[in-house]
Design a protein around this ligand. Structure first.
Ligand code: SF4
Length: 465
């Protein structure tokens, strides 16, 4: 399947799409295979090997516990936060895992084999699952890679997956992999970027289903903020990072009773912080396009709905239109990053996560504020150009510092990028494609210390306690 809007925006749990959502999904796929192969009843022992970045920062990212839940058959888009707590407590208390929800096996986090210095050829986020029978003979084994944004690829099937992707793209009414191709469709058809994306999405679902699905995605983003604003105290993980969003919300409610536009920045900061604090505590978030960068799109969308000119008297239908248009445009830009570079911090650093999200959000805002396709492309380009080189160096491997504040800063950059593009006529010197390729090459040259291994930058220069 070609990458679509519901691949780029999916519902999952925090704190990381590549280190929590992807590994849980891979473990769940493995457990289901074991069942469908009819080998579950003979399972007597389990081995999980984690490689590269998953092994180096897995504890801080909740990778190991996510894998336990996946092996029990839970999926990131369906599991409830209370189920997470309940099942993990049961596994810790009994020392037993319910493989595929059916076969009890003695297994826990401490049994996983960590190989942080072993990088498998396909990707740094590798994991191998092996289940054996009572004689120690392997019943089933599989290696997966978590390649960013919750996407997984099975070892040995990369070419087949790539071929399938190329085939499905050929069948789309308006296929594109570069910004130049996207803009050419807009020029030839006189459609906006969000309309091109919608027409491609209609290949797999009706216009109504797309609208309903995107409004549902937005309601999860809003729900995430509401839950976060009620949860005070310290974030988990030992860094003693205090949740700031509840206090900031209270202060804003007192200081900005009349919704004065001069407070737009404070509201945008609040939304970004609320989403990322919820993500850091393992709560329910929308991967947009990753969990570490999940606060940027909701924060900029909040700006579009509350502070963009013309929204003062908007009806509910107008507001829903803005949400749908914004998310479709942002997804079209996300496709370009998936196609030509990467949205994985472990592959290209934080420029691929926060940079891509900022670029997608800038495009979404420019489109709903009436930008032409060229202005929208310019907004996306400006936002990424000024995120180039951004490293991934989370302290303690936790998605907290610098990640939480970084989302607020990147949301502000996205808003500024959209405003700058809208004051131009769409013509500009550096194209979005050029900046995406630059991001990919910069990521390739970046030392692995700065690619989600917690072995460089802030992660080593800041004392943890
Ligand atoms: S530094 Fe950026 S890429 Fe790394 S975990 Fe944080 S948000 Fe993700």
């Amino acid at each position: 399947m070609a990458v679509g809007v519901f691949d780029l925006f999916s519902i999952g749990i925090g704190p990381s799409s590549s280190h929590t959502v992807g590994p849980m999904r891979a473990a769940a796929v493995f457990a289901e295979e074991l069942k469908s192969l009819g080998k579950l009843a003979d399972a007597a022992s389990l081995r999980v090997d984690l490689y590269g970045s998953l092994a180096a920062t897995g504890h801080g990212h909740g990778t190991m516990t996510a894998i336990l839940l996946g092996l029990e058959g839970f999926h990131p888009e369906l599991i409830l936060p209370e189920e997470v707590e309940e099942r993990l407590a049961a596994i810790a208390d009994t020392g037993m895992l319910q493989l595929a929800g059916a076969v009890p096996l003695p297994y826990g986090v401490k049994d996983m084999v960590l190989c942080p210095l072993t990088i498998l050829p396909r990707h740094t986020n590798g994991m191998t699952f092996t289940v054996s029978d009572a004689d120690g003979d392997a019943l089933h084994s599989a290696t997966f890679f978590s390649v960013g944004g919750g996407f997984i690829v099975r070892d040995g099937e990369e070419d087949a997956a790539q071929r399938e992707l190329e085939e499905s793209k050929k069948e789309l009414p308006l296929p594109f992999r570069t910004a130049a191709e996207l803009l050419e469709h807009c020029r030839k058809t006189s459609l906006s970027i969000s309309e091109v994306m919608r027409i491609n999405e209609e290949d797999s679902r009706s216009e109504e289903e797309i609208r309903e699905g995107l409004l549902q995605i937005y309601s999860v983003m809003e729900g995430c903020v509401q839950v976060s604003l009620k949860r005070e105290g310290l974030l988990p993980g030992g860094l003693k990072v205090r949740r700031r969003a509840p206090d900031w919300h209270e202060r804003l409610l007192k200081e900005d009773k009349d919704r004065d536009p001069k407070y737009w920045q404070e509201w945008v900061n609040l939304i970004a912080l609320a989403v990322n604090e919820e993500n850091a505590s393992g709560g329910r978030v929308v991967t947009a396009p990753t969990n570490g960068a999940a606060g940027i799109i909701p924060a900029v969308l909040y700006y579009a709905l509350h502070f963009a000119p013309g929204m003062e008297n908007a009806t509910q239908e107008d507001r829903d239109d803005v949400v749908v248009k914004f998310l479709l445009t942002a997804a079209a830009i996300g496709v370009l990053y998936k196609e030509q570079a990467s949205i994985s911090g472990a592959e290209v650093g934080c420029q691929g996560e926060v940079g891509s999200a900022s670029s997608m959000a800038a495009a979404g805002l420019a489109e709903v504020m009436g930008g032409t396709p060229a202005q929208v492309e310019n907004a996306a380009e400006i936002a990424m150009e000024h995120n180039l080189g951004l490293t991934c160096d989370p302290i303690g491997g936790l998605v907290q510092i610098p990640c939480i504040e970084r989302n607020a800063i990147a949301a502000a950059k996205a808003i500024n990028a959209a405003k700058m593009a809208l004051w131009g006529d769409g013509s500009h010197r550096v194209s979005l494609d050029e900046v995406i390729v630059t991001m990919r090459e910069t990521g390739k040259d970046m030392s692995s210390k700065y690619k989600e291994t917690a072995m460089g930058g802030l992660a080593v220069n800041v004392v943890e306690c």
